[in-house]
Design a binder for this molecule. Sequence first.
Ligand code: GCO
Length: 460
Amino acid sequence: MRRFSFPADFAWGAATAAYQIEGAVDQDGRKPSVWDSFCNLPGRILNGDSGAVACDHYHRYESDIALMAALGIKHYRFSLAWSRIVPEGRGSVNEAGVDFYRRLVDCLQAHGITPHATLFHWDSPQALDDRYGSWQSREMAQDFADYASAIVSRLGDRIQHWMTINEIVCFTHLGYGVNELPPHAPGTIVPSLKQVWQTSHHALLAHGMACQAIRAATPQPCSIALVDNFLPTIPIVETPEHIAAAQQAFPICGTNGGIVAPALTGVYHPTLLEQLGENAPDIQANDLKIIHQPLDAFGFNNYSGVYVRACDQSPGYEILAFPTTYPKMQMPWLWICPDSTYWGIRHLSETLDRPDLPIYITENGCAAADQVNGKREVIDTDRILFLQLYLQAAQRASQEGYPLKGYFVWSLLDNFEWAWGYDRRFGITYVDYATQQRIPKTSAQWYAACIRANTPIETE
Ligand code: GCO
């Protein structure tokens, strides 16, 4: 069967995040992040796990990078720990923390792997939570921009691909709850939904100000992206009426109208603002201009979606619940929806009218049972099936001319899966946390074959 290849310059990568893999949380000047504190709260993390050791990547990065090179991976998305670089969140820079990332990037480049650095992947300095409540305060945006300046002025000679913030909804709407503490992330109880939306507004401001800071500090041309896990709406059948319904639903589904929409269009969706009423965030005169910065790319973290159908009653579409037997991978929210890849890309290009914006899938992957057999192998054919379905949908978008530039599998390694601790494994490489041994899973070999062929390989 003739397979459609991705474009010759398609970027095949792997992704990780600092707090989920590094460990060494009190080494070389790093100060606590809100996730260190959150893990110390009884009952918040499954099995009382924390990122204190994780995959010990801080000490093992050279062998982990060699693993990537052996698979033919040419792009690596990782995140920088803000509290390793500016331990108090603002003020003095910890040069020993910067040196770790300098060593990491030099090692990547020695292996011919391009670094893609995410400035913020949820682990903000505890000191700023103590000072003004983290994202509840507008000050966080300025402190984040200053941190961006500090690191880009130091590593901008080695890093040309910057991503400002990962998944705003996850550290705002999942961290701040109205009259109850949400389970997922550090944060606090706030008196109203307005305060929750104010935290995501401050995160959008931080993104915009960081874009400006990166452009001012970089010593060479660079690419800047925002990374988001917006919710793709999928037409139940690809007929004009159901496609129109999915497009109508997209900008107001979940938090799409208040996060990806303002970042990419400069406008909070009017229907969302109408629905929020007095719970809408306070938006200062120049805010949306700051937020709507020109971008060089967009990072689409793609896991699942929702099905939509047209209907006669207002508003003209219906978001469909998943049947209880709908296939999932090993997370309660991980319904298998490969068409979310294709339609997510189309919504960015068409529904938000940004056909100009190159797109990377900056995360895609799944948790799976991952049993180690008697030969110390992990035969994860379930993960291969998942990845193949999503990559085939990505290929469809690419073949139809949408500007898909690359794909980063989540994740290179099994790692600290936030509130689920180490109970859930997303890696294409198994980590035996007792010994820190790495075991490339069958999916790693499969992924290496995809990279060589530049297309999703059909399983034999
Ligand atoms: C996210 C985060 C990752 C998660 C992964 C699996 O997308 O939630 O970026 O840190 O570990 O997605 O949940």
